[in-house]
Every structure is written in C-alpha cells, then in structure tokens.
Design a protein around this ligand. Structure first.
Ligand code: NDP
Length: 264
C-alpha cells in the first residue's frame, strides 16, 4: 500500500525533509511519498494529519509542543521533554517521538571535549537538546528573549538568563536554537551579548540550515569552528525515517540516500 508522509510547519517552504525522505523512498524502493503542509493553527494538527490520510509526519517550528499535546501516546525521549517532532499513525492512533536530540548529538560528534554549553533560545529544540546535554553530564546555560519560556528550565540543573540579566561565562560550545535568522536578519540576542558569548567559546552551532544566519556569519568572522543545522537535520531525519518505515530499511543506506539529496 502506498504511504503518504508530510512535514507540518509555519514556515515550511524552506524544509528539506521532503527531498531527504523522498530520496530514500525512491532509491530504496519503498512505496511512499513525502510532502509538506503549511499549518497555521497547531490545534488543527491532529485533524489535518488524519484528513490527509498520513502514515506519519514530521513537525517543525512552531508546532512541536502542540504535536505533543495532540498525541494519543508519546514514547521515549519525547515523553520526558513534552516535545514531539515525529508522528506515526499506528492503527488510527497518533504516536509521538522526538529524534532531534539524538540527531544533534550525532551532528556534534566531531567537537572535542565539550563540557560547558550556552544554548540560545528556550523553545522545543532547546528543551530536547538541554535534557540530552544534562543526561550526558554537561554544564548548561540558557539565554532566552522571554522569561516565560525559561520557567521549564528553571526546574532543571542549569543556569537561566534573559536578555536583562545575562552573565557571560566560558563555553566550549554556543548553539543557536532560536528561529532568529531563519527568515529574517535578526541575531538570537542583542549583538553585545552574542559578541561576549562568542569571545569565550571554541565551537559554534546553529540549528538553522540552508543559509548562513547572521549569528553564524558573526561566528565565522571571528574564526570559530562552526556548524550549521544540516547534520542535525540529517541525524533526526535518519531516525525519523526508520520509524516511518518500521525499521525495514538499512540505517546506513537511509543515511547515504539522505546525504545525496543534499547535493541537489
Ligand atoms: P520554538 O518556536 O519552539 O522556539 C523558538 C525560540 O526562538 C524561542 O525561544 C523564542 O524566544 C526564540 N526566538 C524566536 N524569534 C526570536 C528572535 N527574533 N530573537 C530572539 N529569540 C527568538 O522553535 P523550535 O525550537 O521548534 O525551532 C527553533 C529553530 O530550530 C528553528 O529555526 C528550526 O528551523 C530549527 N530546527 C532545526 C532542526 C534541524 O534539524 N536542523 C531541528 C529542529 C529545529 P521567545 O521565548 O522570546 O519567544
């Protein structure tokens, strides 16, 4: 039976997920197709998913927390963080997973001796990454524009700052998980704060892919070792595809096909 998958987001036109997953389906002869769905209202996620007849989906900004709320059952790491980026239709029930955090750990594999991390942003991606970093025993600081989103992190063993009280420290890695720079020319925080953070780090990463954000540009100008979100995208995509295909395809083959799709 032909299966249909989609990514939900707002914006969603930039997403490379359709290219990545379709490359796997086509070249590994899996009878499925992956499309994109612009979704304004996160509360409509579940009804849209089922009205489109989807077998599974990915969820991107800003609907990952709505996706968690929409699920009949949430499994694994997603349950811990309340953030879902992968949905599976299991006999008419909506099952939620999160593959972002493991995807990111895969992406920063080559960064050596990471102990102290500054996370810019406090949304769904930040939740996933921060929980993972804490599980790995790393020291985490968070800087976010609004105080409201920090409430979740204040209960965890990490330092939380808004733009009003930021105290820069020494970091091994500074990562942008905000959507600043995705569709605009904004930095994730006022320039003097970003400058202070970058002055004291070895590595820089951005969750955004497909363009050099003003944040990444600034880091590059300072000669820092940088990584955009492409490898994170690849990592989370491979893990999501395994779920979509019920582990019928070889993981290395999935990865190879997805990497190929990046060339187009
Ligand atoms: P959320 O909507 O959950 O959170 C957005 C965060 O960005 C909030 O902390 C918000 O702060 C902050 N923010 C938004 N605009 C600005 C701004 N102009 N200046 C400063 N802070 C801002 O988003 P997600 O966590 O789902 O996604 C965040 C980004 O990560 C997106 O760009 C997404 O594309 C990317 N991403 C990439 C992945 C990959 O595979 N490479 C995987 C997952 C995400 P506030 O609380 O003040 O509103």
């Amino acid at each position: 039976m032909h299966k249909l998958f989609s990514i939900f987001g707002n914006p969603v036109s930039h997403s490379r997920s359709p290219l990545m997953h379709n490359s796997v389906f086509k070249n590994l002869n899996y009878n499925a197709c992956y499309t994109r769905t612009f979704l304004k209202d996160g509360n409509k996620l579940k009804e849209t998913f089922f009205s489109l007849g989807l077998s599974g989906a990915n969820v991107t900004v800003p609907h990952k927390e709505s996706a968690y709320a929409a699920c009949d059952e949430v499994r694994g790491f997603a349950k811990k963080i309340g953030v879902v980026n992968t949905l599976i239709n299991e006999n008419g029930k909506l099952i939620g997973y999160n593959t972002d955090a493991d995807g990111f750990m895969y992406a920063i594999n080559e960064f050596q001796n990471i102990q102290n991390i500054l996370v810019l942003g406090a949304g769904g991606t930040a939740k996933a990454l921060v929980q993972k970093f804490l599980e790995e025993g790393l020291h985490v600081s968070i800087l976010n524009r609004s105080k409201a989103r920090l409430t979740y992190f204040e209960k965890l063993d990490c330092e939380c700052y808004t733009w009003g009280n930021f105290q820069p420290s020494h970091y091994d890695l500074v990562i942008n998980t905000t959507s600043a720079g995705l569709k605009d020319e904004n930095l994730p925080a006022p320039k003097e704060m970003i400058e202070a953070a970058l002055q004291n780090t070895r590595y820089v990463a951005d969750a955004i892919y497909g363009r050099i954000t003003p944040f990444l540009q600034l880091a590059k100008e300072k000669g820092l070792t940088c990584k955009d979100g492409a490898d994170m995208l690849l990592g989370q995509g491979v893990l999501a595809n395994e779920l979509f295909c019920n582990f019928e395809l070889d993981k290395e083959a999935i990865k190879k096909e997805m990497q190929k799709s990046f060339l187009y």
